[in-house]
Design a protein around this ligand. Structure first.
Ligand code: AGP
Length: 626
C-alpha cells in the first residue's frame, strides 16, 4: 500500500527521498512522487510507474532543497496516472500533501469545497486534504498568530473533518524547513538523528539513517524541523513521547547476496524460528514469557478463543487453533479479520481474541481488534514489528522476532508465527495445569508429552536446514510446473492448513490459478476439474490420515493428474511423480517443515516465469486500507 517518506536536515533531500521510496517499494505501488522547496516555491515531480522514473523527470537534478516529502501510491481512487500521483497541491499551491489511507467521506468534502470555490484536478480522495487545509488556513484571518501556528491549526481542523484512515505529511513555503505530519489508522514513524529527522511508513525504510524512532499514535500530529520534533494531540496540547531504539540493523533489511528477498527470507527460517523460540522455551523447564503477563485466574476463566488475521497470518492461526485446542482444551475459532469485523461475533469478557499480523499495520486486523476490545474481550497481538499499531492497541503483545520481512510473500513470518503459537499453547497448558498430561495428537489416539513436544520444537531449526539443503527435486518439479495454468493443493487435518498456505504462495507470486482443498472434499465437486496433466500437490504428515490421503491422491492419478507429495511418511509401494521428503516431527507442528518446499516451489516457478518475486503485481506488503 502507499508509502510515505519525509526528510528535513542539511543534506539535499532529493536523493534521500528517492532512497527512502526505494526502501518502501516492497509495500507495493503503481506511482511515485516527491516534493521539495526551491526559491520559496514547492517543486513536485511525480508520475505513474517506478520510483526510478523520477530520476529522469525534468528538474530532478536541480532540486537543491534540504527537506521534502515523498510518496509511493497504490491506487484506490482513480487509476495510476500523473494527476492522481502524490504529492497533491491545494488550489493556491501553498500546501503539498502526501497521504496513505482512504478518506471515506471525500465525496462530501469535495462537494463542500466545491461550493466554496475550490476546483479539483485528480480523481483521488487525497486532493481534498490540501484544499481543506487551505480552507481552514484562509478562515483563520488572525494576524496575531504566526503562520506556523495557523497552519498547524488548519491541519488539525482539516484532519478532524476526515472520516477513514490517514497518515499525512504537509509542507508549505509559509513554514520553511518544516514538515507537519498527522495520523489515524495508517502507519507513520519518525526517525531521529543528529541535525536531521525522517518520516516513513515503516521502520526498515529508515534503518540506514537511524535506529531511534518515535511512533506516532492515532489522532496525533507532529511538527518536524531538522532540530526539533514537537508532538500534539487532537486539541493541540503538546506532550513528550518516548523514543524507541530498534535493534534490527540495516543489513537485516538487505539481500545479503541472495537474488531476492523472498529467497533470503526462506533460507533465514532456521535462524528466525530460533529467535522466535529465544529463551521462551527450554527443556525440563516451564515456558517463560517475560513479555506476557497473563494470570492463571484470567486464563481459567477463558471459555473461548478467537484467532483473527488475514492471509498467511490467518493460515498460521489455523495451526494455532489446533495447538490451543489440543493442548489447552479451550474451543478456538479462526476468523478472517475483514469478515469478523462485520459478523457481530459473540464475544464477552470470557473471550480471548488473538490477533496475528506480521506488519502489525493491517487495517482489517486492527479494526477487528478494536471491535473485540469494545465488546469486553482481552486482546493479544502476535506481531513481528516492534511498536506497530496493533501492538499499541492490544492488551498483550508477543513478538515473533523473525527480523524484517521485506518480500511481499510472507515466509519466515509464517513459520515464526506457528512456532510462537506452539510455545504459547504449551505455556497456556502449563498455566492451566496440563503440564504433565499426555496430549492426543491425532485420530489414531497417538499422544505426546509436553516435554517431547518441546524437544520437537527445539529440533526444528536443524530439520529446516535439512530441507533447505535438498532443493533439487523441488526445482525439477518447478521446471515443469511453471507452464501450467491450474494447480490443486490437498491435505487432511493440519496438512490442509498448509495446502491453503502453499496455494496462496503460488498464486501470489506466480499468477498461476491454484486451489486448496481438504483431500476428502475433492470428490464432492472439484474433482470434476481434474484432467490429464493437471498438477496436484499433496501434503501428508499425519500418520493417522496417511492411508485416506493416499487414496485421495490415487483418485486424481486415475484421472490423469501429475502428483507431487510433501511427506515424512513411508510411501513405499506407491507411485507418485515427485516425492519431497521432509524430516519427521510431531504432526501438530509439521506445518513449520512441510510449508518450506511449497514456499520454494512458488519461488522457483515465479523465477522460471521471469516474474518479480518480491513485488508481485497488485499486491502490497502492508494492507493498510480496509
Ligand atoms: C502473504 O504472503 C500475503 N502477502 C498476505 O496474505 C499477508 O499475510 C496478509 O496481508 C497479512 O499481513 P500481516 O501479517 O502483515 O497482517
Amino acid at each position: 500500500m502507499c508509502g510515505i517518506i519525509g526528510y528535513v536536515g542539511n543534506k539535499k533531500a532529493n536523493s534521500i527521498l528517492i532512497d527512502g521510496l526505494l526502501a518502501l517499494e516492497y509495500r507495493g505501488y503503481d506511482s511515485a512522487g516527491i516534493a521539495t522547496l526551491e526559491n520559496n516555491e514547492i517543486k513536485i515531480l511525480k508520475d505513474k510507474g517506478r520510483v526510478k522514473n523520477i530520476l529522469n523527470l525534468d528538474g530532478y537534478d536541480k532540486l537543491e532543497g534540504t527537506y521534502g516529502i515523498a510518496h509511493t501510491r497504490w491506487a484506490t481512487h482513480g487509476k495510476p496516472s500523473k494527476e492522481n500521483s502524490h504529492p497533491h497541491f491545494d488550489n493556491s499551491k501553498t500546501f503539498a500533501v502526501v497521504h496513505n489511507g482512504i478518506i471515506e467521506n471525500y465525496n462530501e468534502l469535495r462537494a463542500f469545497l466545491t461550493e466554496n470555490g475550490y476546483t479539483f484536478y485528480s480523481q483521488t480522495d487525497t486532493e481534498v486534504i490540501p484544499n481543506l487545509i487551505n480552507y481552514y488556513f484562509t478562515k483563520l484571518n488572525d494576524s496575531s498568530k504566526e503562520n506556523n501556528e495557523k497552519i498547524l491549526e488548519a491541519v488539525s481542523s482539516a484532519t478532524k473533518d476526515l472520516k477513514g484512515s490517514y497518515a499525512i505529511e504537509v509542507i508549505s513555503p509559509l513554514i520553511p524547513e518544516t514538515i507537519i505530519v498527522a495520523r489515524k489508522d495508517s502507519p507513520l514513524v519518525i526517525g531521529t538523528s543528529n541535525g536531521e529527522n525522517f518520516v516513513a511508513s515503516d521502520i526498515p525504510a529508515l534503518l540506514t539513517y537511524t535506529r531511534d524512532f518515535y511512533l506516532l499514535d492515532d489522532n496525533e500530529l507532529a511538527v518536524i524541523t531538522k532540530d526539533s520534533i514537537t508532538f500534539y494531540n487532537n486539541n493541540l496540547d503538546t506532550y513528550n513521547k518516548e523514543i524507541k531504539n530498534i535493534e534490527w540493523d540495516a543489513s537485516a533489511a538487505e539481500k545479503n547476496g541472495y537474488e531476492d528477498y523472498m529467497l533470503k527470507e526462506i533460507f533465514e527460517q532456521p535462524n528466525s524460528i530460533r529467535e522466535t523460540i529465544g529463551s521462551r522455551l527450554k527443556l525440563n523447564e516451564p515456558c517463560n514469557f517475560d513479555d506476557l503477563d497473563i494470570s492463571a485466574d484470567y486464563l481459567k476463566n477463558v471459555n473461548k478463543i478467537f484467532i483473527v488475521a488475514c492471509g498467511t497470518a490467518m493460515h498460521a492461526g489455523l495451526v494455532g487453533k489446533v495447538l490451543l485446542e489440543k493442548l489447552c482444551k479451550i474451543p478456538t475459532e479462526v476468523d478472517i479479520a475483514s469478515e469478523f469485523r462485520y459478523r457481530d461475533p459473540i464475544i464477552d469478557d470470557k473471550t480471548l481474541c488473538i490477533y496475528v499480523s506480521q506488519s502489525g499495520e493491517t487495517a482489517d486486523t486492527i479494526t477487528a481488534l478494536k471491535l473485540s476490545k469494545a465488546k469486553g474481550a482481552k486482546t493479544l497481538a502476535i506481531s513481528n514489528v516492534i511498536g506497530s499499531s496493533i501492538t499499541r492497541e492490544a492488551d498483550y503483545t508477543i513478538y515473533t522476532h523473525a527480523g524484517p520481512e521485506i518480500a511481499v510473500a510472507s515466509t519466515k513470518a509464517y513459520t515464526s508465527q506457528v512456532v510462537l503459537f506452539a510455545v504459547l499453547a504449551i505455556h497456556f497448558a502449563e498455566i492451566l495445569g496440563f503440564g504433565n498430561s499426555e496430549i492426543t495428537i491425532n485420530s489414531d489416539g497417538g499422544t505426546i508429552t509436553l516435554d517431547n513436544l518441546k524437544k520437537d520444537i527445539l529440533s526444528l531449526p536443524k530439520k529446516l536446514n535439512n530441507i533447505l539443503e535438498n532443493t533439487d527435486i523441488i526445482k525439477q518439479f518447478a521446471d515443469e510446473a511453471f507452464k501450467e495454468k491450474d494447480v490443486f493443493f490437498l491435505g487432511r487435518g493440519i496438512d490442509e492448513t498448509v495446502a491453503r498456505e502453499g496455494s496462496l504462495k503460488l498464486k501470489e507470486i506466480s499468477y498461476i490459478h491454484s486451489e486448496a482443498y481438504a483431500s476428502g472434499e475433492l470428490k464432492h465437486g472439484p474433482i470434476a476439474l481434474i484432467e490429464n496433466g493437471i498438477n496436484v500437490i499433496s501434503i501428508l504428515t499425519d500418520p493417522s490420515l496417511a492411508k485416506k490421503s493416499i487414496s485421495n491422491i490415487q483418485e486424481v492419478i486415475t484421472r490423469g493428474a501429475k502428483t507431487m507429495v510433501v511427506t515424512n511418511q513411508d510411501l513405499e509401494g506407491h507411485e507418485f511423480d515427485y516425492v519431497i521428503e521432509i524430516p519427521e516431527v510431531c504432526p501438530l507442528i509439521s506445518p513449520i517443515l512441510s510449508v518450506v518446499p511449497l514456499q520454494l516451489l512458488a519461488y522457483y516457478i515465479s523465477k522460471n516465469k521471469g516474474l518479480d518475486v518480491d513485488k508481485p503485481r497488485n499486491l502490497a506488503k502492508s494492507v493498510t486500507v480496509e
